[in-house]
Design a protein around this ligand. Sequence first.
Ligand code: BES
Ligand code: MN
Ligand code: ZN
Length: 484
Amino acid sequence: MLIEFVGAESAPAAQTVLAIVVFEGEASSIQSGAYARAVGASRFTGAKGQSLEVGSSDLVDRVVLVGAGKAAEFDAMAAENVAATAYGLVKACGLKALRVVLPTDAPETAARAAFGVRLASYRFDKYRTKEAADKKPSILETEIVTGHADAARAEFVDLAALADAVAFSRDLTSEPPNVLYPAEFARRVKALEALGLEVEILGEADMQKLGMGSLLGVGQGSIRESQLAIIKWNGAADPAAQPVAFVGKGVCFDTGGISLKPADGMEDMKWDMGGASAVAGLMHVLAGRKAKVNAVGILGLVENMPDGNAQRPGDVVTSMSGQTIEIINTDAEGRLVLADAVWYCQDRFKPKFMVDLATLTGAIIISLGNDYAGLFSNNDALADNLLLASKAEGEPLWRMPLPAQYDKNIDSSIADMKNTGGRPGGSITAALFIQRFVNKLPWAHLDIASTAWKKPSSVPTIPDGATGFGVRLLNRMVAEKYED
Ligand code: BES
Ligand code: MN
Ligand code: ZN
């Protein structure tokens, strides 16, 4: 999607659809001849979610009015959403360009509207070879009308970097599991060195030496080699400044292993690497906008398969921390991957804090539905920072408890702990399991099984499928709280 910021006096491109964004209650101010009659004869008031086609004009082939909601509530998020809604309405109408006229003229609003269109126009279509031309999106260019084009363009630079990073994350999550296995994921992350990131990839032999028996046990039934990706961004003025750290669950496919999942819906488990793809996207945007922070991203990349060499229920593995784990259910594999990734992260980097993201439990979907991810944290300040950023970016989190009295549910009679705590509070005992590898560092865990994939999506900036959930909120938190 090509984005341009243009003055109202500029001539629209050929084949343009004009979207006029209207505040609630101000529809009657659309005086211009033909529109006034259409508006008068309609129920269009400018309320959020409303739209009305009002024909064409001398300059453009089609005109549509889009409701922005109340003027007093029109913030950056509303600008983003209304522009995304406008794009969604006309994206396949056959015309080539969209021109958006906003009801206010702040350059930040114009930039946010452009950002909304960029996010909304994301599409993963590389494997479609036969889609009819008249079914494909036709709008390839968007003009945002503003009296401050230069300022809007400047404002858009960091947002464009963020949109690129979200798209990178969504691409990883959308790729089929025969294409995106651990080594391929690692290769795509290694390619981020072009942005100025430093990337190290550890293979199974390296992880064996480090004693990562917990992570390696998950991957041992797969012919694909497990990988640990370590991504570093050094943007702080002091190169030795303590980093912030992010860890992602990257199960490139989760069959459940010997505790095999039912066939129905198993294809969803290609996106069981949504935590790792969010961390990769976050590192992408930190580099893309040259964030003034030192940051580390660690991705535990494995494939969970049943096989003659697969891990069994009853096995006992030794994690890098030295703690032993009795495997009760091989389908509770994400926490086993995180146990070693999180331990390695705090042990090697001694970060200010650590946030892990994981499509960890089906139970979080039962608890929160598909609009909220679960937030678990041992540190109120970190949790509050995450909640603030989450609100500002429209990536909702809900804080869940870490009750000490549930911790005994993962005690084992044969090892230091077992990898499941039963069905009650399943997301909580999963988080308590990870906490045993955090070594008292300020830490938060985001269970994004509920939000990594949305189908159907109810948010105009998120097309159906991979959401990239987490990239925006973590980027915002870093920008507002942890940069020089
Ligand atoms: N990857 C799944 C969790 C999941 C479920 C993610 C649905 C996205 C959508 C995870 O590895 C898993 O299988 N969890 C089990 C844990 C149980 C065996 C204790 C679950 O949630 O059922
Ligand atoms: Mn599983
Ligand atoms: Zn899983």
